[in-house]
Ligand binder design. Structure first.
Ligand SMILES: [Cu+2]
Length: 136
């Protein structure tokens, strides 16, 4: 009878060990998902950029200047609670290369750049919002 008790003790010990090993791994799966969400966008429109001020610290689009290789894609994500656009050119001088239209909060927009050069872009709703893509 005592042997049976020890056996049950060992078995439940093993079960507890398996649970202990399994728990942290499901935790790290959650972390991995969060990391992927961060990496999905190259440039973000952070919160509160619908009010002037972000242009003083070049943080209307973050990063405000991004350098990529020819043929690569840039993805923008609107992380603000207001609408924004990613529109090629300058506010006073739009260029008809790309235009996201109004991006809802949480919405993303991507452009592939097949030609080298420097490409300015801005937000049609907020004249102070400006950024640049450099394609090498
Ligand atoms: Cu905007």
């Amino acid at each position: 009878m005592r042997k049976k008790g020890i056996f049950i003790g060992i078995i439940s010990g093993i079960i507890l060990l398996v649970i202990a090993i399994t728990l942290p791994s499901s935790d790290s799966e959650v972390k991995t998902e969060k990391l992927e969400t961060v990496i999905e966008a190259d440039v973000i429109m952070p919160i509160k950029v619908s009010r002037p001020g972000c242009e003083e610290t070049n943080s209307c689009y973050v990063p405000s200047v991004i350098t990529i290789k020819q043929g690569q894609k840039v993805t923008w994500s609107n992380e603000d609670v207001a609408f924004h656009t990613v529109t090629s050119g300058l506010y006073d001088e739009p260029r008809e290369l790309f235009d996201s239209g109004h991006l809802d909060p949480g919405q993303k927009f991507s452009v592939s750049f097949d030609e080298q050069g420097t490409f300015d872009y801005f937000c049609t709703l907020h004249p102070w919002m400006a950024g640049k893509v450099t394609v090498e």
